[in-house]
Structures are given as C-alpha cells and as structure tokens.
Design a protein around this ligand. Structure first.
Ligand SMILES: Cc1cc2nc3c(=O)[nH]c(=O)nc-3n(C[C@H](O)[C@H](O)[C@H](O)COP(=O)(O)O)c2cc1C
Length: 221
C-alpha cells in the first residue's frame, strides 16, 4: 500500500502530530511493501505540489491538531485548494488523525463529522477518524505517553495489514469520550487556583498577551 500523508500542524516537524504520525507510520511500514510520502502543510509555498500529491495518491492520511474545536487555518486553506478535485473520478480514500489539548474525545466529534461530509463531497471513500485527546504535553515528555504511542503504532500496523481503521482499537484509543463530573469539578478548581499560566506564558512569549482580550470586530460607534 502507498500512503500519502499530510501533517496539518503549524508546528510542522516540532509538532505532536509528527510524534503521533511517526508511531502510526512505523506500524504501517511493518508490512513489507508498504510505503509513504509525508508533506508538511505549514510549507505554504508548496500548496500546488500538495494538491498534485493528493490527486495522484493511492490513499490519503491527514493528521492535524484540534484548533478552536475545528482545524488550523493551514488545513482549511488546503481543503479549499482541493476544490478542483471535487467529484473527479478516482479520488483516493481518506483517513484522519485528530489530536487535541482537552482530554475528552467529544471535543473532536464535530470536526470528525465535517471530515466525513468532506470525503463524501469529494467522492472519496472515508476510512474514518482516529481521535486522541490530552496530547498537548506530548512534545515535552514522550515517555509519559508510551501507552498512547503504542496504541498509534498498533493502529498503524493493523491499517498497514488491512487498509482499514480498526473500529475497536480506534474507540479504545479515543477514551475517555467525556470526562466525569468529579473530574470536571477538579479541573475547574485547578483552573481557578492556578490560573491560565501555561497558555498565558505562550501569549507573552509571542507578544500577544496584551491583545488576548481584544475585540477588533466590536462596533465602537
Ligand atoms: C490556536 C490553538 C487553538 C486550540 N484549540 C483547541 C481546542 O479547541 N480544543 C482542544 O482540545 N485543544 C486545542 N488546542 C490544543 C492543541 O490541539 C494541542 O496543543 C495539540 O496537541 C497541538 O498539536 P501540534 O503540536 O501537532 O500542533 C489549541 C491550540 C492552539 C495553539
């Protein structure tokens, strides 16, 4: 099987998406004869090449982080470039990997529905969406995530053998679907006590903290 892979994280090679893809793809390659080519959607100048790669692919896998319950702008922009393929004969089957900061898989279910619809519109067979939450700390400590990474390896291996996403494995990896009421209360408490430090630090580092409550579209008249 030949797989054409798109990494949709703005962080590119430093992304959690890459760490996850590395695992999935090494499982995929465990089957002799399987191979893949990998594209980074944050290389904006290569868009034309990406569209061509998509059009010529045997099977496509797109991996992206969840951004505001949806997808990063670079992924959306790529989708818009694919319009020329809409309804074309022989578009490749499409599978997704979506990972997020929040732990519960439910956050990614809406964009999962979007991708299913997108595949239908493009006339591509939809292979399914692999979802995993709680992934933001991944790039800082892969060791803590060994079980999750093993899960991606096994899923990739199974996919390499069958050409399908194994439903049982996908469901297991996505757990928890929702967080319990007790856990929600604990998270709210921790949030209240410790504040928004982690994300505030990112904002400060990017000189965006002062603007974080800006309302550029509010009518001030
Ligand atoms: C602008 C932005 C928006 C985000 N929105 C969400 C969100 O709506 N829900 C969520 O669970 N995580 C959200 N996250 C967290 C990312 O999904 C998470 O950090 C992910 O692991 C990043 O993956 P990457 O390193 O492959 O880009 C957001 C992160 C950023 C930077």
């Amino acid at each position: 099987m030949q797989l054409t892979v798109f990494n949709g994280s703005p962080r590119g090679r430093k992304s959690n998406s890459k760490i996850i893809l590395d695992q999935f793809l090494s499982g995929f390659e465990a089957t002799p004869g399987n191979s893949f080519e990998l594209h980074y959607l944050n290389r904006l100048k290569e868009t034309e090449h990406f569209v061509q790669a998509y059009a010529e692919a045997e099977t496509v896998l797109i991996a992206h982080p969840l951004y505001t319950d949806s997808m990063p702008a670079i992924v959306k922009a790529f989708i818009e470039e694919l319009e020329s393929l809409s309804g074309k004969e022989g578009n490749p089957p499409l599978g997704l990997i979506i990972q997020s900061g929040f732990v519960a898989a439910i956050h990614s279910r809406y964009v999962e529905r979007y991708w299913e619809k997108f595949s239908r519109r493009l006339g591509s067979r939809y292979l399914g969406t692999i979802i995993k939450g709680g992934c933001e700390p991944l790039h800082r400590s892969e060791k803590q995530f060994q079980k999750v990474l093993d899960g991606f390896y096994e899923l990739g291996k199974d996919f390499g053998e069958t050409g399908q996403f194994n439903e049982k494995m996908v469901k297991k990896l996505a757990e928890p679907e929702k967080i319990s009421t007790l856990m929600r209360l604990i998270v709210q408490l921790v949030w209240k006590v410790s504040g928004n430090g982690y994300w505030d630090d990112w904002l400060k580092e990017n000189e965006a903290y002062e603007k974080s409550f800006a309302q550029p579209y509010v009518d001030t008249k």
